[in-house]
Design a protein around this ligand. Structure first.
Ligand SMILES: Cc1cc2nc3c(=O)[nH]c(=O)nc-3n(C[C@H](O)[C@H](O)[C@H](O)COP(=O)(O)O)c2cc1C
Length: 303
């Protein structure tokens, strides 16, 4: 089979489920839960033949599948309909995934002079509008050979001193931060098409602060912090589960104490970039850079 082509059975078209007001996520969920879609593994025949005739990069003809309204494209639709394994790559055609930006814009006059206040504004929006984990953030660090690695952590607090997350102080990320405290944090919120990139210096927070947060966690999470020697190789999951039971037993009828190897890091920001997705890839980007006197400069960057 040729790359990017889908060979599909010619079946009767499904009734369009999307209306002008249907957003992509709703449409995709709808399609996935449609038994007809799942059982027949059918797509719109005309859309598919058009797509096949022009290749994988084409989107569904607007007449059939108004992409301006639902943002859907054949490759992705094929994927959600379970057709992905019919492609050469046993997967979706990632290169042809697109989506249009939201109606948000970002102008210099919209920005607060203080990036923390600006972040608070965007973070609040994300908390109110992003369905899951608006505080999930990609943390990147480098090892002693300058090889980068990224992983997701959860932002637990922020203020003018920085951005705080919690982790195991014996993990890989902790070892890398000990070698080189320069890190990057990257938030991405799909629905408002926003990204915030923070570069700064990570530093352990005082134990008293970690303790206060630890005490606020559910008991299961407290025990979990004791159980996992994060980032080490383990032979089986059953070891983890046995350790969980052991620690649970150890702290039976007692408060779970703060492990000495667990706590928070605060990333003291040196640069914070706010990125707002716009139409035609003409995105808005503003970079705040901290000056020696603690004030911030703000510059617009090319998208
Ligand atoms: C949504 C999400 C949230 C996570 N939150 C944390 C977190 O707050 N702290 C943490 O140590 N690991 C968290 N993890 C797990 C990390 O991504 C990672 O696997 C772990 O910290 C080990 O990373 P390391 O081996 O690079 O040190 C989270 C993972 C996901 C997917």
């Amino acid at each position: 089979m040729r790359k990017g082509r889908l060979e599909l059975p010619r079946v009767a078209p499904l009734a369009p489920k999307a209306s002008a007001s249907t957003n992509f996520a709703t449409f995709a969920l709808d399609a996935m839960s449609d038994p007809h879609v799942l059982s027949s593994r059918a797509l719109y025949p005309q859309a598919i033949s058009d797509w096949n005739s022009v290749g994988a990069t084409n989107t569904v003809p607007d007449t059939l599948f108004p992409r301006s309204e639902i943002g859907c494209q054949v490759p992705f639709f094929a994927y959600i309909c379970g057709m992905a394994e019919d492609t050469e790559h046993h997967g979706m055609n990632v290169a042809s995934l697109r989506r249009s930006a939201t109606g948000f814009a970002l102008d210099r006059e919209d920005l607060d002079d203080d990036p923390i206040v600006q972040f608070e504004d965007w973070f609040r929006y994300a908390c109110e509008n992003v369905a899951l984990d608006p505080n999930a953030v990609a943390l990147s660090s480098v090892d002693s050979s300058m090889r980068p690695s990224s992983r997701t952590v959860l932002l637990k607090s922020f203020d003018e001193k920085g951005f705080v997350f919690y982790t195991n102080y014996e993990s890989r990320k902790a070892a890398e931060i000990a070698e080189n405290p320069n890190v990057s944090l990257l938030f991405f919120w799909a629905e408002p098409a926003r990204q915030v990139k923070i570069r700064g210096i990570a530093e352990k927070i005082p134990t008293s602060e970690s303790l206060a947060y630890f005490l606020s966690r559910p008991r299961g999470s407290q025990i979990g912090a004791w159980v996992s020697a994060q980032s080490s190789v383990i032979s089986s999951r059953s070891l983890l589960e046995a350790k969980f039971q052991e620690i649970k037993q150890k702290f039976r009828d007692k408060d779970v104490s703060l492990p000495s190897f667990w706590g928070g890091y605060r990333v003291d920001p040196e640069e914070i970039e706010f990125w707002q997705g716009r139409r035609n890839r003409l995105h808005d980007r503003f970079l705040y850079t901290k000056q020696a006197d603690g004030t911030w400069t703000i510059e617009r960057l090319a998208p």
